[in-house]
Design a protein. Structure first.
Length: 637
């Protein structure tokens, strides 16, 4: 098939442009992936070397699907096109022996619970754990908190002290934060202009450019310095400010790239016309939005159906939404075409449990969901220490479980002793347990270590029988371990009996979960996880003020609150535009008091340990196309 077959208008312009720098602003459902694939197809047809084409995507599934689509078009050499995520590219760069030697780092990535252990250990005026997490995110973004900031090293002040302490911890524990993959790669390439990576690619194409922070953008510029650069994305779908990505990145792209050829893909062929009208009305309420591009409905699309429903509680909502979805499935909608988005997993879980009761198979996707409980975190750490007894990060996590602030004070004393003796902390604690050395106030820490020794003695013989090891570590009758067990069982197939490969597969499945583009099961996930997905029936649940939009922190400045609301509006917009036929907007009248207080929700009257909550203010911004909300008990579907 010719690269331009069936292309017209802006999509043809984008795929066919021969300008060195191209930016496409492409709204949801406007065919950006289709146009991106056709552009790569043109490059191949015109004789570009496949291995000199680098396509950076937002997910590994998207990268694989792009290569598969090129193959379906019959393009020669399509399998050699370099399609991967930016973090995947950086990991492969840092894994090279010469780069590891130059950086002195070990790309052993910390999970969130392991990262918290590191943050607790830092001694300094860094505030509580929330503030430390925010500083860690800035560190991972190379301290470029704004689009105008230059990524690099802080020179003085609290940021510098935080970075020095965190890097010291990570170097000694032989670990890295995931964002460091980019910052370390950026620093390496900046300071090694002879690196062949800087001349490896004649064409660099970046999907979802709005999701890149400034450090990631600078890395892309370095990789494309000797070739073409094509970026495609949508500032209206910029939803990753927690990693310091913001819509200005793609909005101001032409100012930093002279001669940029601009293309706009605005006609939404995915969503029903009613949903597009809702989405447009929502964005029109953002006074900070440039307004130089607008999503337009495809006139031949159906109107679609939209529902707005309020429920007395999470439990009732779960049953009501599950009953609705089951009715659609019974009427012929495939279960895999049912998608539920929720701002909190407890809301998604209520719908999951109700669907399961009705006999509908469900997959859920939330951040590091399989290790959300301390029990799961502990068992994963134990598995890691069985396979890699000298893994210092897992040892730190294990010693901290069930302790106040992860036993930071006794661990600090043990760590100091280990460093002074130039040995692992495990060796130090072995000496303490054996009575060969004194360590003040270490009884609790030593007890945790003895427990590890006992577990290793019991489980090490099972390393030769991975199925038995899975049964011992992740029993099928423990609810807290069900998701982790499912990942472990799935990883057995590809591990071929190798414990190291098995562990690598398990950890990768947790830290880099793949949300499949297509699934035979109903899917429930966070709004953030839904990027790139579509479904016939989409439910947006938990639309309560304080959850959508998220409640600001009491210490937030007015400008920070406004920025948070704008981003949450864009996140809501992403959710709306997943729908291809039916859209349900759902929220609760009352929520448990603990949930209300923990999330700082605006609330009214208290009754039976529940507070009255208020519907999301975003619902008022959807305009006259939004139907009149109904009570769940009166909802006729």
């Amino acid at each position: 098939m010719a690269w331009n077959e069936g292309l017209e208008g802006p999509a043809l312009d984008f795929a066919g442009s021969r300008d060195r720098v191209v930016r496409a602003l492409a709204g949801p459902g406007t065919g950006k992936t289709f146009a991106l694939i056709r552009r790569v197809a043109r490059l191949l047809e015109e004789g570009s070397e496949p291995d000199r084409i680098l396509v950076l995507t937002f997910a590994r599934t998207a990268a694989r699907d792009l290569v598969a689509a090129l193959g379906a078009l019959g393009e020669q050499g399509y399998g050699s096109v370099r399609a991967r995520t930016l973090h995947g590219y950086c990991f492969s760069l840092l894994m090279r022996e010469g780069v590891l030697l130059a950086t002195g780092r070990v790309p052993r990535i910390l999970m969130d619970f392991e990262k918290d252990a590191a943050l607790w250990d830092l001694s300094g005026p860094f505030g509580g754990i929330r503030n430390r997490r925010a500083m860690a995110e800035a560190f991972e973004a190379a301290w470029a908190r704004r689009q105008s900031d230059e990524p690099g090293e802080p020179v003085v002040g609290l940021d510098q002290r935080f970075q020095d302490e965190l890097r010291s911890w990570l170097r000694w524990h032989k670990g890295m934060l995931v964002g460091e993959l980019v910052s370390e790669s950026l620093a390496y390439l900046r300071h090694n202009p002879e690196s062949p990576e800087l001349r490896s690619y004649g064409h660099v194409l970046v999907d979802e450019y709005q999701d890149l922070n400034r450090a990631e953008q600078d890395l892309v510029d370095l990789l494309s310095a000797s070739g073409d650069l094509v970026v495609i994305g949508d500032d209206d779908q910029s939803i990753y400010s927690f990693k310091w990505a913001n819509p200005e990145g793609i909005r101001t792209f032409p100012a930093g790239h002279e001669g940029t050829h601009d293309v706009r893909l605005e006609e939404c062929r995915r969503c029903p016309t009613r949903v597009v009208e809702l989405a447009r009305s929502l964005l029109d309420r953002d006074g900070d939005r440039p307004g130089d591009h607008q999503l337009r409905p495809y006139p031949d699309n159906p109107e679609g159906d939209v529902h707005a429903v309020q429920w007395p509680s999470i439990e009732v909502e779960g049953v009501g939404i599950a009953t609705f979805l089951k009715s659609r499935i019974d009427d012929g909608t495939p279960a895999g075409q049912c998608l539920v988005l929720a701002p909190r997993r407890v809301i998604g879980y209520a719908i999951r449990d109700a669907l399961t009761t009705l006999g509908v198979e469900v997959d859920t996707y939330f951040r590091e969901e399989p290790v959300e409980t301390p029990t799961a975190q502990m068992q994963l750490s134990l598995l890691t220490l069985l396979v890699h007894p000298h893994d210092r990060v897992s040892m730190r996590a294990w010693l901290g479980f069930d302790g106040n602030e992860m036993r930071r004070a006794p661990y600090a004393r043990a760590l100091e002793a280990a460093r002074d003796a130039n040995q692992d902390i495990a060796t130090t604690l072995e000496q303490v347990v054996a009575g060969e050395r004194e360590l003040a106030y270490s009884a609790d820490l030593a007890s945790r270590f003895r427990n590890l020794v006992d577990e290793r003695r019991r489980l090490t013989p099972l390393l030769g029988d991975l199925e038995a090891l899975v049964d011992a570590l992740f029993p099928a009758d423990q609810p807290d371990l069900l998701l982790l067990r499912a990942i472990a069982v799935a990883s057995l197939r590809d591990a071929d009996g190798d414990p190291r490969e098995f562990l690598a597969l398990v950890r990768a499945s947790i830290s880099q979960p793949e949300v499949p583009i297509e699934s035979p099961h109903a899917r429930i996930m966070s709004f953030h996880k839904s990027k790139g997905l579509t479904a016939e029936v989409v439910v947006l649940a938990g639309l309560v003020d304080g959850l959508m939009p998220q409640a600001p922190k009491p210490t937030d400045r007015e400008e920070d609150v406004l920025a948070l609301v704008r981003e949450q509006r864009r996140l809501f917009y992403v959710g709306l535009t997943r729908a291809r036929r039916s859209l349900v907007l759902s929220w609760e009248y009352q929520l448990p008091a603990a949930m209300v207080r923990q999330n700082r929700l605006p609330h009214g009257a208290w009754s039976n340990d529940r507070y009255q909550t208020y519907a999301s203010p975003f619902l008022r911004e959807l305009g006259p196309t939004l139907p009149e909300p109904v009570r769940g008990r009166d909802w006729p579907y």
